[in-house]
Ligand binder design. Structure first.
Ligand code: AHR
Length: 493
């Protein structure tokens, strides 16, 4: 098999926004409790924050943390999570049929973001609540002082405002599973009014309006059009969510779903631009892909989990090697849309469909941790338009799918081109990257993530990225062999 990528640092898609390396943390299962927050555990500090989790989050170079949900936010009273912990109410979390103790709330979250070097991306409840709760929350977080809510924040220990910049106007409001689900007209009007009022409190907010929960929604497309009719001028981003599965146990069809992902993103861009044209607007709307991942392994177990537990084991997918390849190809796909996708949150971060898993004695890193970590660390800079040739295959739902998925990022600061390449085939691939308008001196790092059974998971922590010692660089062309079913990275200076 053959695959070739030609790149030219002058042929650019866009600068990659740091916020595409973001993640969701929801009050769900063991994401917060028993996950990042575990008071009394010897691995936790005085705040109850697991230090092994903090280190792993830092290793992933996460930027924004979308919080507190997810579906959870649509039934959440943010006021329950502030003030003395012994006075906080225990409530039913109706989204996940669990018990919410509210021992972790806004102040704990903000402290945790400081420790992890991340930034908040706060969602407001537009399901069971609305404008009033949202404006009070903005006042509590961002107003300096001298008013009821800002002084309450001070009284609760935060003298300085949190100055939260990015806010999501609800979550998946198109889904009938959502608490307070609305049709597009109702949601669009509410989102518009909420945005208006939040901005009266703080004019500098960046706002994300909820798009479709999946591409399969009957309202996909028309939802975006109607919602944007009401909110185009109010918001900076439209959200989209995408999860993939391999329920049918068809590896090649699974990995080909990156084609669907690509079309999904392009489709939403087209809808945004159609609204822009119709409104004669000068403004181009960008996308917040604020939930994406593989999710399906835990469905059956979750159906059998008894309701109304504290921190139940929910959505605890154990990811295998093929899932890591899927996450790799999704990462490449979203970087191909770096001109419009400005925020992307891996959903989620700890224990719940997550790269990082905890137990009482430590953490373990899932297979999907590795490609995410590499792209988040080295995929900083400018995404280059990929000119690729490769052998192709047909799968159940897709035709002419390239076995190769590849993209290069140019980092002008380090004068470095970083190539990410995935071989989706079961045969080795002769792979080359030709660099144009760039004088390549050497390959400073070449790695591969390969050689595992596609169903292997990583509880025993044996998976690792290894070096690829069979790379040559001649006349600006890198040449190597990509192992069957492999994720690869090459750093060229
Ligand atoms: O991430 C898990 C759930 O998936 C979120 O709560 C919801 O927004 C989505 O359906």
């Amino acid at each position: 098999m053959q695959g070739k990528l030609t790149v030219d640092p002058t042929n650019q898609i866009s600068k990659i926004d740091d916020r595409v390396f973001s993640a969701l943390i929801e009050h769900l299962g063991r994401g917060v409790y028993d996950g990042l927050y575990n008071p009394g555990n010897p691995l936790s500090d005085d705040n109850g924050f697991r230090q092994d989790v903090v280190k792993a989050v830092k290793d992933l170079n996460i930027d924004l943390i979308r919080y507190p949900g997810g579906n959870f936010v649509s039934g959440y009273n943010w006021e329950d999570g502030i003030g003395p912990k012994d006075q906080r109410p225990t409530r039913l979390d109706l989204a996940w049929r669990s018990i919410e103790t509210n021992q972790f709330g806004l102040h704990e979250f903000m402290k945790w973001t400081k420790q992890t070097g991340t930034r908040p991306d706060m969602a407001v409840n537009l399901g069971s609540r609305g404008i009033d709760a949202a404006r009070n929350l903005v006042e509590y977080c961002n107003y300096p002082g001298g008013t009821y809510w800002s002084d309450l924040r001070k009284q609760n220990g935060a003298a300085e405002p949190f100055n939260i910049k990015t806010w999501c106007l609800g979550n998946e409001m198109d889904g009938d599973w959502q608490i307070g689900h609305k049709d597009a007209e109702e949601y669009g009007k509410l989102a518009h009014e909420t945005a208006k009022v939040m901005r009266l409190v703080d004019p500098d907010l960046d706002l994300v309006v909820s798009g479709s929960s999946t591409r399969e929604m009957a309202t996909f497309g028309s939802w975006e059009e109607t919602v944007l009719d009401h909110t185009y001028d109010d918001v900076q981003y439209l959200s989209l969510h995408r999860y993939y599965d391999n329920e049918e146990n068809d590896l090649h069809n699974f990995l080909a779903k990156s084609v669907d992902f690509d079309e999904f993103i392009s489709g939403i861009v087209a809808v945004c631009d159609a609204v822009k044209a119709r409104k004669h607007s000068d403004k181009t709307l960008n996308l917040a892909l604020d939930e994406w991942n593989v999710w399906y392994h835990s469905h059956k177990q979750d159906d059998e989990t008894a309701p109304w537990q504290n921190a139940p084991h929910l959505l605890e997918d154990h990811y295998n090697f093929e899932d890591a390849l899927m996450v790799g190809t999704m990462l490449i796909t979203l970087l191909k849309h770096a001109d419009r996708v400005k925020i992307a949150c891996l959903a989620q971060l700890v224990n719940v469909i997550a790269p990082i898993m905890t137990d009482d004695t430590g953490i373990w890193l899932q297979s999907i941790f590795f490609p995410f970590m590499q792209v988040s660390k080295y995929g900083r800079g400018i995404a280059l338009a990929p000119k690729q040739t490769a052998d192709t295959y047909n799968s159940k739902d897709f035709t002419d799918v390239p076995y190769l998925d590849s993209l290069a990022v140019y980092n002008p600061e380090h004068h470095e081109v970083v190539v990410f390449a995935e071989n989706k085939g079961e045969d080795a691939m002769d792979f080359s990257t030709e660099l144009r308008e760039f004088t390549a001196q050497s390959v400073i790092e070449a790695t591969q993530f390969a050689g595992y059974d596609i169903k292997q998971t990583n509880e025993d922590q044996t998976m690792a990225i290894k070096s690829n010692d069979h790379v040559t660089l001649t006349d600006n062309t890198l040449q190597t062999t990509l192992q069957p079913l492999s994720w690869n990275m090459f750093r060229i200076q």
